[in-house]
Design a protein around this ligand. Structure first.
Ligand SMILES: [Zn+2]
Length: 588
């Protein structure tokens, strides 16, 4: 097991700045390898393919390799976690793995040889929970009020005043912040003095609450008489709105008046995120928050026209019952690159509005965002479409309710392997793991949360519930298919390396171990970010490990990630090359 690590405040600010900057000047160090990878035009001898290396039904007899990666440390992530020296690729698939000479013997004339010079190769990383488009929007649509410029309310006010000087009166400002010190959630009184002439809405980076100023409240006609929607809170004090909105249901009441997120913005956002994450070795993502038909169409069109080259599984967010009408208009595209994979719900908020079985110290602990009965009915009908269902659950009552809904849907219409999912599963009850196993439910969690939110959870839920936080080892021991991801931009840790490190670390920002007995080994974390990520979308037969017949999605690292310190793993750019379906999509 790797040693625990601590990111200093400076490291964290660096990472936050990198996240905020996106491609425009990332602060992640680009570590150059001693020797750059070269792709010489080889003239290798043609030899017949040994029968045993052919994947049945995939390759024609005699198929030769176009690309051979040799002399490396290839972590295949097969069932035995085998390592090999070399990989042979034919077209978009892996022809074989084995010793360098054996793989060179499979090369077609003119094949490319990539001399790995001892470098480590792993399967391409799969982020099973990321808001891919949303990540891009943090630079294309929102203004960031982040550390180091903004760490408290006065800093927020100063920067807000400065940004608004560039706007016309009446022009909207949409922003987000990461941390504001002693007053973590601003109210309209904090925004109004510096924004008399512009509507402003500033969300927390986690995306589950936000604050409007008086000008925005006026445009949206939100007054002391405006009721909170089901599953959301429009906060009021002495009968007057404070400007704070909890949960998407409430924020949508205001956001529908904000400037629209145009098609062009969506596309730009997706392209930016793609470039950033290809550099980190990501080859496949699951967008767990495809909000709106426009976003779904953009992904599908971009996959079909070639501008999106990372594999993607798309889960359409159903925020309101009326969103069900969208289903009639969705194209159910499912090909090698892009798949309409299923549906996403949120059943509670985050932190202060986690739905729990016992009271907590936040704003509201009994607030499922859907009426439980209606939720179960909707789950039942979506289960019957044959696709997957993913539900955001933070509190233990949230996951209990979701598991109940899955169970009822499965009892009413038994499907052989629905693989419904729990997203985050931060706090789960002790009976939940057994039920997940019985129902074949996949836990999809985000270990980097522990560093950012671990101290907050302790304050929110209390010490005695800390041993039920993100029980990754318990899930593995129960035989669940655990998968991990980033949930970016809900945290600045957009890179998969931070999730790999977080799963092995489990220390909070204040260095408090959160469930020390739940840490994963490097190999377990890597499996959760590769083969189990593939499993989480029914793709383990074609993705997630380096085995003959699977897609040639892989990463060449400039150092062995299993031997890096967790701090270095999190903070350094350690990917030399990323390949999707035999095509290089990033090279350092
Ligand atoms: Zn999310």
């Amino acid at each position: 097991m790797s040693e625990p690590y601590h990111l200093s405040r400076r490291d964290f600010l660096k990472l936050a700045a990198a996240a905020a900057a996106g491609l425009g000047g990332t602060a992640l160090a680009c570590r150059k390898s001693a020797q750059p990878l070269t792709l010489p035009e080889g003239s290798l001898t043609r030899v017949p393919l040994p029968v045993e290396t052919q994947a049945a039904g995939v390759f024609q007899p005699g198929t030769m390799a176009d690309i051979v990666l040799t002399d490396g440390n290839v972590m295949t992530v097969d069932a035995l976690d085998s390592t090999r020296q070399a990989v042979a690729i034919a077209g978009d698939k892996i022809l074989a793995t084995g010793a360098s000479e054996e793989m060179l013997a499979l090369a077609a004339p003119g094949a490319q040889q990539i001399d790995l010079a001892g470098r480590t190769v792993t399967p391409g990383l799969i982020d099973t929970h990321i808001h891919f488009r949303g990540y891009g929007l943090t630079t294309t649509y929102y203004t960031a009020f982040n550390p180091p410029e903004v760490v408290d309310i006065p800093g927020l006010q100063a920067m807000l005043a400065e940004v608004l000087r560039t706007k016309q009166p009446g022009e909207w400002l949409m922003g987000y912040y990461t941390a504001l010190g002693d007053k973590p959630i601003p109210t309209k009184e904090d925004l109004d003095p510096v924004s008399p002439d512009n509507p402003v809405f500033i969300m927390h980076i986690g995306g589950h609450w936000g604050t409007a100023n008086s000008a925005a409240l006026k445009i949206a006609d939100v007054t002391g008489k405006t009721p909170s929607p089901q599953g959301g809170i429009i906060e009021k004090k002495d009968g007057d709105p404070t400007g704070v909105f909890y949960n998407h249901r409430a924020m949508d009441v205001l956001r529908k008046y904000a400037p629209p997120i145009t098609d062009q913005l969506i596309r730009e956002s997706i392209i930016q995120t793609q470039q950033l994450l290809a550099r980190c070795g990501l080859t496949c993502f699951h967008d767990n928050n495809v909000r709106g038909l426009e976003a779904m169409q953009a992904y599908q069109e971009m996959s079909l026209d070639g501008s999106l080259y990372l594999r993607n599984n798309l889960y359409l967010t159903l925020e309101w019952p009326a969103d069900l009408d969208l289903l009639d208009q969705v194209q159910f595209i499912q090909n090698d690159l892009t798949r309409f994979a299923g549906y996403k719900f949120l059943i509670d908020g985050q932190g202060p509005t986690a739905y729990t079985n016992q009271p907590h110290n936040g704003s509201e602990w009994r607030l499922p965002t859907w009426d439980p009965q209606m939720f179960k009915e909707v789950v039942k009908s979506l289960h019957n479409t044959g696709l997957q269902i993913c539900v955001h659950c933070i509190g233990d009552a949230a996951s209990d309710l979701v598991l109940e809904a899955y169970e009822e849907a499965q009892n009413a219409n038994p499907r052989s392997d629905p693989r419904h999912r729990l997203e985050h599963a931060v706090l789960t009850s002790s009976g939940a793991t057994r039920k997940m196993k019985d129902l074949g439910v996949v836990p999809s969690t985000q270990p980097a949360f522990i560093y950012l939110f671990g101290d907050g959870w302790k304050a929110l839920f209390g010490e005695e519930r800390m041993d039920r936080i993100m029980v990754t080892r318990e899930w593995l021991e129960a035989g669940l298919h655990l998968t991990i991801g980033s949930d970016a931009p809900s945290t600045p840790f957009f890179n998969p390396q931070a999730s790999l490190a977080g799963a092995q670390n489990r220390l909070s920002f204040k260095q408090t171990p959160i469930g020390a007995d739940q840490v994963l080994s490097f190999n377990e974390a890597l499996r959760a970010h590769t083969i189990e990520g593939a499993y989480a979308a029914h793709q383990e037969n074609v993705l997630g490990s380096l085995e003959a017949g699977k897609f040639a999605d892989l990463v060449v690292w400039n150092q062995d990630p299993s031997r890096q310190s967790l701090r270095d793993l999190t903070l350094t750019q350690s990917v030399d090359l990323t390949m999707v379906g035999g095509k290089i999509v990033h090279q350092a």
